[in-house]
Design a protein. Structure first.
Length: 71
């Protein structure tokens, strides 16, 4: 697993050594649902899987967003 992120909207993508998520139980369960759905998409599309955004999954346009990409 590799973890990347942006410090701000105008910064460059950087490799991160650690990621911390502050979540409620409700948010954690929603995040797990997103991860399970993304895993199913990755299995279905194989090497053609591109990426999936958390905010697209929940049809919201806000920050922060989490993006899952394939290898």
């Amino acid at each position: 697993m590799k973890i990347y992120g942006y410090e701000s909207e105008d910064s460059d993508l950087v490799s991160l050594s650690e990621l911390t998520l502050q979540l409620s139980v409700k948010e954690l369960n929603e995040f797990i649902e997103f991860l399970r759905n993304t895993a199913k998409l990755m299995e279905a599309h194989g090497s053609k899987f591109g990426h999936e955004h958390l905010n697209d999954f929940y049809k919201k346009d806000s920050k922060p967003d989490i993006t899952i990409i394939g290898q």
